[in-house]
Design a protein around this ligand. Sequence first.
Ligand SMILES: [Zn+2]
Length: 464
Amino acid sequence: MALIERDPGGPTPDYDEEGEDRDQFHIEQMIEEFVDEPPIRHDVYPESEDDGDDGPVRARTNMRRGNGELFYKQAFFNGVAFKEAVLDYVLKTGRNLKQYRYDKAKIGFKCVGVNDEDGSKCEWKVYASILSNDKMWRINRFIDKHSCIPNGECEMLTVPHIARLFVDKIRDDPEFFMPRKIEEIVKADWKISITRPQCQAARKTALKWIEREYDEQFHRLRDYAAEIMEANPNSHVEVECITDDDGKDMFNRFYVCFDNIRRTWMATCRPIIGIDGCFLKNKIKGQLLVALGRDVNNGIYPIAWGVVKVENYENWLWFAKLLKEYFGLNDGDGFILMSDRQKARIDQGCFVELPKIEHRMCVQHIYGHLKKAHGNKARLKPLLWDLAWSYNESDYRQHFNSSINKAREKPFVAMLETIRRLAMVRIAKSFLRLSTKQHLRLRYQQAQMGPSKSKSVETLTVFV
Ligand SMILES: [Zn+2]
């Protein structure tokens, strides 16, 4: 086990200048790792609270890191991605690396470990750069040979580095990620001991960054809205502010609906919309409101989403009004709305705005009530589900959670961007499934009747 001892004091940066690049890289990582849930099967009874399922429990301590592999000509999304890969290498191997090149287009690390037996310096070195005619960073020099003997020194894991490792976790749950917990995780995950004062300083640094984030994210939100409109004409974005007593603009509500998602939903999806909300723990501390659609493949994805300061009647009314306008719901006639029955009083605004919409009961909750009075639970469950199977909210909830949990550790704008990218990739995969089926059918038809043209596969390029 490596032991890292060093002075945790000294100045720490007020601002994580790599934060934005790292978020961008993490979003790319999430998209790459995205695995679509299997289509909903209506022959498996879902678990309910009674079965020990209290909803999806998030693995709070799950530190998503790379595998620490480095190789010649390895490509990276940006410079920060390369640095993250080197950090992973350090966490995996415990080698004492140090950055020696800091250029905007060139970054290098070398091993500063020594061989105590003969006093020789280690030659291990890695160097990556981005060439003007290339979009990717690449490892252009790699001497993958250590002559050093690791002695527990690890200069790279400084207070800012520890803060970077934990900033997303601390944003999501600051009370859970206390210095002691950070120390435990570093020890358990990477077999590295860091001192308690280092952890205290790292947590303080991360909190300082998060504190500053509010203003920055709020300003970025307007740029983000402008970017959306520029890149996605006919989409709809609203950034609503209120002015505080000092005449300063404060965030109030945000809503976005992308034109290509809206068109896909209107053209191919079932007339069912699920709505849900969850708390955001970042500095804005709002509530995320999401409308979910379901396509013919039983794929579920967000079709519109918004952030409000609080989840209340007015905000649901506002959200429903926007949905109604952009999805052509009129008075709701012919559409079905799935929502959490227990929150009916809060989301009542939706039903005021869409008076003729049909509200589907959440089977999960009906089961919860019925099982109290029903002696034979084993018999009740399949009976009830067989009765109610066509639509149920737990499908939506499961998909909602899997999309949102990944996103909500991130700062506000990065979170919104993650939801968008995941929604797009979900739709694209759904199209691919559909296209593959159509493609197979087409090949059969072509074999039978001669060639015909299909554009189904090209449709994919519209997304992501
Ligand atoms: Zn070495």
